[in-house]
Design a binder for this molecule. Structure first.
Ligand SMILES: C[S@@+](CC[C@H](N)C(=O)[O-])C[C@H]1O[C@@H](n2cnc3c(N)ncnc32)[C@H](O)[C@@H]1O
Length: 247
């Protein structure tokens, strides 16, 4: 497994193709749900931490919020900036590694959406997200972590899947090794094949809850999906923690 798989994979043209179902309407469902659970003032400042192509940032900005998006991928940030420009939206997009990001500005809501957590080798590096989020929030600000549910993933892992059209074949192989879910993505175009990897640390929900509290958060709600179902250890596909920084 290549160590910094996330540097390479998210900077390819292929990422948006493989995850094309993670589109604007999917993002709209997330944002509508989250905003129904959180009380924000109309001009609240929001940080989309690991914003990718900006699908959530754009929607939040359209709603009038003051949005900052941070991501490591130059490729995805270019996508995000182009979309914002097309819509005439003023969003600050910053290229940074989450582990190194700092800002004078504080936020009323910080979101980390669609499994943008657990990429690093060590727990120390992974939990820097919680530390950063806490320190970058205004008092009474909210943090949303949208991660998978380890138990559900382990029981429902699809070892192999394949999709194709006249232009490409995408093969995805998944396995769990050493408490990480590893994915090998092979993309074949015009007879040329390229291989990419994903590798995400599997954290138990109870451990995440403990860690969120340890970093100072109050957990307001735990959801198991974006339909609003409560988190269930066995059956929930997602672990969506809605947290608050008190004081
Ligand atoms: C699964 S994508 C999710 C993107 C976005 N939140 C969404 O829902 O479309 C994960 C994102 O994390 C970003 N990322 C990966 N490692 C990062 C790092 N070390 N620092 C900042 N961003 C990182 C990737 O570039 C990618 O955009």
């Amino acid at each position: 497994m290549k160590k910094d798989w996330f540097v390479e994979w998210f900077n390819t043209d292929e990422y948006l193709n493989v995850y094309k179902h993670r589109n604007e309407s999917d993002a709209e469902c997330h944002i509508r749900f989250l905003l129904s659970k959180i009380n924000l003032t109309p001009k609240a400042s929001i940080l989309d931490l690991a914003c990718g192509s900006g699908r959530h940032s754009i929607l939040l900005s359209k709603l009038g919020f003051n949005v900052t998006g941070v991501d490591l991928s130059e490729r995805l940030l270019t996508e995000a900036k182009n979309s914002a420009e097309k819509e005439n939206l003023k969003i600050e997009f910053i290229q940074s590694d989450i582990r190194e990001f700092s800002s004078e500005k504080k936020f009323d809501l910080i979101v980390n959406l669609f499994t943008s957590f657990g990429y690093f080798e060590t727990d120390k590096e992974n939990f820097l997200l919680f530390q950063k989020a806490y320190s970058l929030l205004n008092p009474n600000g909210y943090f949303v972590l949208d991660y998978f549910n380890k138990n559900h993933l382990e029981k429902n892992l699809i070892g192999y899947s394949e999709e194709s059209n006249e232009n490409y074949i995408i093969k995805q192989e998944r396995e769990i090794v050493d408490q990480r879910v590893n994915k090998k993505i092979t993309i074949i175009r015009n007879g040329n094949s390229k291989v990419y990897f994903e590798s995400i640390k599997l954290y138990e929900s109870n451990f995440l809850i403990l860690k969120l509290k340890e970093f100072g958060f109050e957990i307001i709600n735990l959801f198991g999906d974006f339909l609003g179902n409560e988190f269930d250890e066995i059956s929930s596909p997602r672990f969506i923690a809605l947290c608050k920084k008190n004081n």
